[in-house]
Ligand binder design. Structure first.
Ligand SMILES: [Zn+2]
Length: 68
């Protein structure tokens, strides 16, 4: 059981917890080139910095774009 961060209800004991990311941070990845020495590959991505716990019903609504 857990408390849903969206509807603030305590869920059923067997309900599935969904982690929903709400905050991201830009992240720069730098990896060594696999073939060329002293070359670095820079790529950009996003890193999750905050997630909330949501119940099945809210997860479904998030997926359908009803709430954000
Ligand atoms: Zn909920």
């Amino acid at each position: 059981m857990f408390k849903c961060d969206l509807c603030h209800k305590i869920t059923e004991p067997r309900e599935k917890l969904t982690r929903h990311p709400i905050k991201y941070r830009d992240k720069v990845y730098q990896n060594n080139h696999p073939f060329k020495k002293n070359q670095v590959i820079t790529s950009y991505g996003k890193e999750i910095i905050k997630e909330i716990n949501v119940c099945e019903k809210c997860a479904e609504e998030l997926k359908n774009g009803i709430v954000s």
